[in-house]
Design a protein around this ligand. Structure first.
Ligand SMILES: Cc1cc2nc3c(=O)[nH]c(=O)nc-3n(C[C@H](O)[C@H](O)[C@H](O)COP(=O)(O)O)c2cc1C
Length: 169
């Protein structure tokens, strides 16, 4: 399997059909996250899968009413189980760890013929209460997943020449 065509296929989708996902599809998306690398292999994360329509509707409100949040048959909340760990470079590991896990999940979703969208525009306190996330932990991202109900449109990217240099900045 060539990975670059799969990466090219992934775009953020903000309209979903109500077709439910198979349990095995969800399991494979979660497995992709489980296999993702993390700093010191700490795997300090928890993934909360939300399928309940009432809970999804409430999450939509907590996401400032982004419709695709309530519409997606599955929302996966990517949470920390440790908010303090810093890498030797002095930076917090959890945004990096969970960002990588999210990428793996999005690519597996694409591979399954599904669409997804990362969502960070939410009231974290509200999401925390809805999902019973302990006060000391953080909800880093919600990932909406489902079958697309819109034309997939590729967002523009800057050319490599604008972002890459060799040996020096
Ligand atoms: C960290 C992060 C946060 C994002 N938050 C939201 C969000 O709250 N709502 C949303 O609709 N899209 C959100 N997105 C999706 C981006 O808008 C999207 O990835 C970007 O415009 C590039 O488009 P593409 O994913 O189709 O390539 C987020 C993406 C990332 C990586």
């Amino acid at each position: 399997m060539d990975i670059l065509p799969e990466i090219e296929k992934r775009v953020s989708v903000r309209a979903y059909t109500d077709q439910p996902l198979e349990k095995q599809q969800i399991d494979r998306i979660l497995e992709a996250a489980r296999l993702a690398p993390s700093a010191k292999n700490r795997q300090a994360w928890r993934f909360i899968v939300v399928r309940n329509p009432d809970l999804r509707a409430r999450l939509q409100v907590a996401c400032f009413n982004q419709e695709h949040v309530g519409q997606a048959p599955v929302i996966i909340a990517l949470c920390t189980t440790n908010v303090d760990y810093k890498m030797p470079n002095g930076q917090l590991s959890y945004p990096v760890d969970l960002g990588i896990a999210a990428s793996f999940m999005m690519l597996q979703a694409t591979h399954e013929g599904l669409a997804s969208c990362a969502v960070t525009t939410f009231d974290e306190t509200e999401v925390r209460v809805l999902l019973s996330v302990p006060y000391s932990m953080r909800v880093v991202m919600l990932l909406t997943v489902g079958y697309p109900n819109e034309r997939l449109e590729r967002a523009q990217r800057f050319p490599l020449s604008r972002m890459v240099s060799y040996d020096h900045w």
